[in-house]
Design a protein around this ligand. Structure first.
Ligand code: SF4
Length: 390
């Protein structure tokens, strides 16, 4: 519990907030890239504690949310086939595809299993040599190395009834796409610390320089977020745009060399579609030619997919930071975690889920309301964990 207690210390939070207030002189809009950071921000009311001049915009960093509908539909089709055991992390099971989800496939007789690691899926393949075992390999740079390792191990062990349905995405090209958008309001980024713990920081200086935007590598506890904001605001006020590492306890500039070597061996960079956003060049990974036999799309050759998103869902705008979740008319009415219209309401890192869990009683459903209200909470005297906002 060491880091949980230290990085939620309310006295330190007050000092960081005071420092931000003393520094800021103009309005600034910062984007937190990762959905895990969004949940920390909303859960602890950090956006409401910050001075009015600092707006936090929620970014597209939720892997479940950005997995394209076409890939979800392919997963549904493969999981429905006789002889297939389809393995996935639990939060993908309720993500709506076109008309149904993996839970429904399981209800219809499909063998859909929740696993906690791709190596669990590999074990399942060893135990069921007469079945095809498919693992749904989604995620950012954080989950790609273990998925690459599972494929590497499958080859090493001679396991041929195992494959990956791959939908891996990369953060730096997404930042590039966000900055190039004509509707972009982002002036600084809180980069996702866990991504950088794998990849290091080498990809960011050029982005920061080209778009003249500060990028602060940030962790996931309340004080991590406040420190990231403090550093980004300080840079903006000074007219600077560099990369800073505010998460040194987990991130080294060179990243994790062993994980990087595994990625380079098993995957290759490719264009990738992001749900609700569209295709971003070089923003994903797929299995390299040497490992193509372990690619479920190649093995099962799913064709004829016709996707259809619910018209009411505005998750693409949420993921690009163009609207806040409660500004979607379906929020809390047509769309809830029990009957989600979009992945952003299902995923444990989804922005809509965060607003529903921690803010819906304040915001309620209906038309757009300001993201901040005049009744801003005061800095809690109890630990932030116990904040009434949470
Ligand atoms: S509240 Fe529901 S319908 Fe609206 S954007 Fe979020 S997931 Fe989509």
């Amino acid at each position: 519990m060491k880091y949980i207690e230290e990085f939620q210390d309310p006295a330190l939070a007050r000092r960081l907030l005071d420092d931000i207030r003393a520094t800021v002189t103009r309005p600034w809009a910062l984007m937190e890239v990762c959905g895990g950071q969004t949940h920390t921000i909303i859960r602890h009311g950090i956006d409401q504690l910050l001075p009015d001049e600092v707006e936090l915009i929620h970014g597209p960093g939720c892997p479940v949310c950005v997995t394209p509908l076409e890939v979800i539909d392919k997963a549904l089709e493969i999981a429905s086939r006789p002889g297939v055991i389809f393995c996935s992390f639990g939060d993908m099971l309720r993500v709506p595809g076109t008309g149904r989800d993996l839970f429904q496939v399981r209800g219809e007789g499909g063998d859909v299993r929740v696993v906690y690691s791709p190596l669990d899926a590999l074990k399942t393949a060893r135990q069921n040599p007469d079945r095809e075992v498919v693992f749904f390999g989604i995620g950012f740079e954080t989950t790609a190395p273990p998925n690459a390792m599972a494929v590497y191990q499958a080859r090493k062990l001679g396991i041929t009834n195992f494959s990956l349905l791959v939908s891996h995405v990369r953060v730096p090209p997404a930042i590039e796409a966000i900055m190039r958008s004509p509707s972009c309001r982002v002036q600084g980024f809180l980069a996702a610390g866990h991504v950088c713990s794998v990849m290091g920081t080498a990809e960011y200086p050029e982005l920061a320089d080209r778009h003249r935007v500060p990028i602060v590598v940030t962790g996931f506890e309340p004080l991590d977020i406040l420190e990231g904001v403090r550093r980004a605001v300080r840079q903006l006020e000074r007219g600077e745009h560099t990369v800073e590492n505010a998460y040194p306890r987990a991130v080294r500039p060179e990243g994790n060399p062993a994980a990087l070597a595994m990625l380079a061996d098993v995957f290759e960079v490719t264009d990738r579609a992001w749900r609700g956003i569209g295709t971003i060049p070089d923003s994903g990974w797929r299995l390299s030619e040497r490992f193509r036999e372990y690619d479920a799309e190649h093995r099962f050759r799913v064709t004829g997919i016709t996707t259809r998103e619910p018209a009411a869902c505005r998750s693409g705008e949420v993921l690009q930071g163009l609207i806040k979740p409660h500004e979607c008319e379906a929020f809390g009415t047509l769309c809830t975690p029990r009957s989600p219209l979009g992945a952003t309401m299902v995923s444990s890192e989804g922005a809509c889920a965060a607003y529903y869990l921690y803010r819906r009683l304040d915001l309620g459903p209906g038309p757009a309301r300001p993201a901040t209200t005049p009744d801003r909470p005061t800095v809690p005297t109890a630990p932030l964990e116990a904040s009434p906002v949470a």
